[in-house]
Write a protein that binds this ligand. Structure first.
Ligand SMILES: Nc1ncnc2c1ncn2[C@@H]1O[C@H](COP(=O)(O)OP(=O)(O)O)[C@@H](O)[C@H]1O
Ligand SMILES: [Mg+2]
Length: 541
């Protein structure tokens, strides 16, 4: 059976055969944010409902319960009251997958109200059970996953060990479904933002791709796969326009209008009546049989499992305690190291101050002493007496001593320079500088008056308060104010008041300083100054 998705440029309808393209080929919907991916996902769900094709739509953003306005879709949700027909918890994931497939009902699985950990825990069990059960049930079902780049990222950004563990499981089962699901009648439709950031298998298994507007790396990748004249259009695609890949020829389509409201932009509505009694009966049946099997034959196994998991937990606890101790010690060591370095820098600074003071004195004494020596010699010659050699010797000694001090001063200065250079070649510091540079470049590159305002505020004296009126621009005061708020949010300026009037102060130096000290607490002030000068130069040119 076919569903209509949109219309081609030549006016012909663009249709997809469910068996051939959703199940046998797999469909990937790709594009940047706000280009119409989710809209299309919703549209596909509508069309599938109309032909009575069962689907399961995994929805981590809470965008699809609105399908209920027109279609008999069951919303299974974690914690969301409003439109949920059935509420689930993590430990029900496996059962609910079975119930869904056995009931044949189309379902929106709304996980938007669950924590990230629970989302992944749920999906890990759900996808596994979904795959296993679909093999037994053998009735075609289309699995639709929106936000696939978040569900199966190419590289996880998540540091939490536990989340990462479940995320891996999810990635494994999604890949399994993408690769071999077709054999068991599982249709596969995924939508995601960045091709470059989505796990390869999630997308490459799809032979049909609907590509909405993309930019950057994704555009470069796409450009190689499509004719030049279509590539030229892609960057200017409006929401709902896309290029289709995977047929003999690539072509551009415009996605049809949906019949139910899209996403969060939803007014209150009366949902279509849907009979969930058989669904509930199945849930009951499965829960009961699970209970029985657990009580019966599974009991000794469960006990063993629990025992071993307690042992594991104890081991893990001991490991954690050990690690914690190590970290504490490491922390202590680092602290004392930093303190020692701080003291050393402080001492260098003091020495430097003394040395430069002595240097100045030496210059004066040199002047004075030559004059004195001249005068004494002259006088001695005139009156014909011999000089006291000890006086001269004393003078020479003082000069030597001061010369040594100057040498020391120079050595200290060298060491100081060395410390500055060393700080600036520190990997973390360099990385931070690069980050600040690219951030600044980004700010300077945005449209509108922001770059100009940014340049101006960085020029203001950090010690004086300035007001919106002090910014010289052609845009309105309220626009200036909103840009200043943005810069304030970043930390480049701060709110300040003068005679009770609220204004701002330039805190760009503090912004730079804080960022550098965060990665290297002992960085010498001079190094910070250098970076600051360099960045300021970059901004004001
Ligand atoms: N085919 C379309 N026709 C009309 N409006 C659309 C279409 N596709 C998307 N839109 C509008 O564009 C906005 C973003 O679409 P959405 O599908 O949510 O983007 P995303 O690609 O981020 O999932 C929505 O407000 C939606 O109403
Ligand atoms: Mg979306």
């Amino acid at each position: 059976m076919k569903i209509r998705i949109g219309v081609r440029r030549d006016g012909k309808p663009f249709e997809l055969d469910v068996r051939e393209y959703l199940i046998n080929s797999g469909l990937a919907i790709i594009g940047k944010r706000g280009v119409g991916k989710s809209y299309l996902v919703g549209l596909i769900a509508e069309r599938l409902s109309e032909i009575g094709q069962q689907f399961v739509l995994v929805d981590i953003m809470g965008q699809y319960y609105t399908l209920k306005q027109k279609y008999p879709v069951i919303v299974v949700s974690m914690g969301k009251e409003e439109y949920a027909d059935f509420k689930v918890t993590v430990d029900m994931a496996e059962d609910i997958a079975k119930v869904i497939l056995e009931s044949g009902q189309s379902v929106v699985l709304d996980l938007s109200y669950a924590t990230m950990l629970d989302q992944y825990r749920f999906m890990a069990s759900f996808f596994k059970a979904f795959y296993d059960t679909a093999r037994e049930v053998r009735r075609p079902v289309v699995l639709i996953i929106d936000e696939i780049h978040r569900i199966t990222p190419e590289r996880s950004m998540i540091k939490l060990r536990e989340v990462a563990e479940y995320q891996n499981k999810v990635a494994y089962w999604v890949a399994e479904i993408a690769r071999t699901g077709r054999k068991h009648g599982i249709g596969y439709v995924v939508a995601g933002q960045r091709e470059a950031e989505t796990a390869k298998t999630s997308l490459t298994q799809c032979e049909i791709q609907i590509n909405f507007k993309v930019t950057g790396v994704d555009f470069e990748n796409l450009r190689r796969k499509i004719p030049q004249e279509i590539a030229n259009e892609v960057k200017n695609f409006k929401a709902g326009e896309a290029v289709v890949l995977g047929f003999d020829e690539e072509f551009v389509i415009k996605v049809d209008k949906r019949k139910t409201p899209h996403g969060g932009e939803t007014p209150v509505f009366t949902p279509v009546e849907v009979d969930i009694s058989s669904f509930l009966k199945l849930v009951e049946k499965i829960e009961k049989s699970a209970e029985e099997s657990e009580r019966g034959r599974d009991l000794p196994r469960r006990v063993k499992e629990l025992e071993s998991s307690i042992v594991d937990m104890k081991k893990r606890l001991a490991e954690l305690e050990e690690r914690n101790k190590q970290l504490e010690e490491e922390n202590k060591r680092l602290r004392s190291e930093i303190k020692a370095r701080d003291e050393r820098i402080k001492k260098l600074e003091d020495d430097l101050a003394t040395a430069s003071e002595l240097g100045r004195k030496l210059e004066r004494i040199k002047e004075v002493s030559t004059a004195v020596v001249d005068a004494i010699t002259e006088f001695a010659e005139e009156v014909g007496i011999e000089l006291y050699p000890s006086d001269i010797a004393e003078l020479i000694r003082r000069v030597r001593e001061l010369e040594q001090k100057v040498e020391m001063y120079e050595a200290t200065e060298r060491e100081r320079k060395y410390l500055v250079d060393q700080a600036l070649s520190d990997v973390a510091v360099k990385q931070t500088i690069r980050e600040m540079e690219s951030y600044i470049r980004e700010l300077l590159g945005v449209r509108g008056a922001l770059p100009d305002i940014f340049r101006q505020v960085v020029r203001f004296d950090p010690d004086t308060v300035f007001f919106v009126k002090d910014v010289d621009t052609t845009v309105t005061e309220s626009t200036v104010r909103s840009y200043l708020r943005k810069l304030e949010g970043i930390g480049i300026i701060a709110e300040a008041s003068l005679h009770g009037k609220r204004g701002f102060r330039n805190t760009f130096y503090a912004w730079v300083n804080t960022k550098l000290r965060k990665v290297k607490a002992t960085i010498p002030d001079e190094a910070v100054d250098k970076v600051y000068d360099q960045l300021r130069e970059m901004i004001i040119g």
